[in-house]
Design a binder for this molecule. Structure first.
Ligand code: SF4
Ligand code: SF4
Length: 340
């Protein structure tokens, strides 16, 4: 079922030079007993951990993704602690999904309540395990109050068919890795531009659930995970089963308060540091990506980011104009920059 996978994400800049590179790898448990029982391959946990350590040693950006199922849900905190112990700075939490060649996934499929319980651990991990954790697949933003009072741990990002797509080993293009192909076009027969045009509808509200179209958080949430909505309902515009629309007002207030807190934390005395990110030119400006979320920026935002040196400390009003304060707030919220 779930097997070890390593994927590479990169963005080419306008000169087609690789400027951002990150490895994602699945970790299925805190020890070989849990991990190897799921992969069905004795020794796979040890190989995975050895590989992570090798990447960390040469300072390659590697983010373990803990893929949760009934088989390992109780091991989530132990897995986070183990990853922190070997030196990982961040990790993601995701749910196992039924592979296309599996007819009965019931032994692994988590119920909605079990998924919510897993997601609640993201808060606990961030507070107590010495490693940053967040969700990989987008969750409905209206679920957040049931998980934590800290919005920052939950990434609303989903670039499926909008800022990126996946091309499988068979050459078939998918909007996201979890989905069965919505296109039968293969990179073996068509150009990347042809494949990309297959996802044009993703930029519209065609796949947004009807119940989400009037939501004031839609710009942030996009109606949850389209893969989850489609799997649960059989419809491409089906509601994400974790959606809790009753909480929308509450989340909106949390969002405003979080934005104000971040904006107030950016003062003339705070140092602003930028983390590694990828940037891709677009007609409207650029798409920026940091492995956790993507952000669309206009031409002015693009030139600002093109001149940023990752890791360097900046001061508002000294090396960055006060006019950029609002933009900086968005960058801090998206995890592209931090203040200290
Ligand atoms: S109602 Fe829909 S768009 Fe609004 S927060 Fe919930 S899932 Fe997202
Ligand atoms: S559709 Fe869901 S699983 Fe796919 S990329 Fe978006 S959030 Fe992730």
């Amino acid at each position: 079922m779930v097997t070890l996978f390593i994927s590479f994400f990169h963005v080419l800049n306008k000169h087609n030079h690789l400027n951002y590179f990150v490895i994602f790898t699945s970790v299925l448990g805190s020890c070989s007993e849990v991990h190897d029982a799921i992969t069905g391959v004795v020794g796979s946990w040890q190989k995975t951990i050895d590989g992570i350590k090798r990447c960390l040693k040469v300072k390659m950006h590697i983010t373990p993704n803990i893929v949760m199922s009934k088989a390992n849900a109780l091991d989530i905190l132990a897995t986070a602690k183990m990853l922190a112990t070997i030196g990982c700075n961040d990790m993601q939490v995701d749910f196992a999904s039924r592979p296309s060649n599996c007819s009965d996934f019931s032994a692994f499929d988590l119920t909605c309540d079990e998924k919510i319980n897993v997601l609640k651990h993201i808060d606990i991990i961030n507070q107590h395990c010495g490693i940053k954790a967040w969700n990989l697949a987008r969750i409905p933003f209206c679920l957040v109050p049931e998980l934590t009072s800290n919005l920052e741990y939950f990434s609303p990002g989903c670039g499926a068919g909008k800022s990126g797509c996946n091309i499988g080993a068979d050459g078939i293009a998918r909007a996201c890795a979890m989905e069965q192909a919505i296109s039968i076009k293969s990179i073996n027969d068509f150009s990347l531009i042809d494949l990309w045009q297959e996802f044009d509808e993703r930029g519209t509200d065609t796949y947004v659930p009807v119940d989400c179209r009037d939501c004031k958080l839609l710009y942030k949430c996009g109606g949850g995970c389209r893969f989850a909505g489609c799997s649960a309902t059989g419809r491409k515009d089906g509601c994400d089963p974790l959606m809790k629309k009753v909480n929308v007002e509450r989340v909106f207030k949390m969002l405003l308060s979080h934005q104000q807190d971040v904006q107030q934390s950016i003062t003339h005395n705070t140092k602003i540091t930028f983390s590694n990110f990828g940037i891709r030119d677009e007609e409207f400006g650029a798409v920026v990506w940091n492995g956790r979320t993507q952000q669309f920026v206009n031409i002015s935002g693009k030139s600002f980011l093109r001149n940023i040196v990752v890791g360097k400390e900046y001061l508002l009003n000294r090396n960055i104009s006060e006019n950029y304060k609002e933009f900086l707030t968005d960058l801090v919220i998206g995890g592209f920059a931090s203040v200290s």
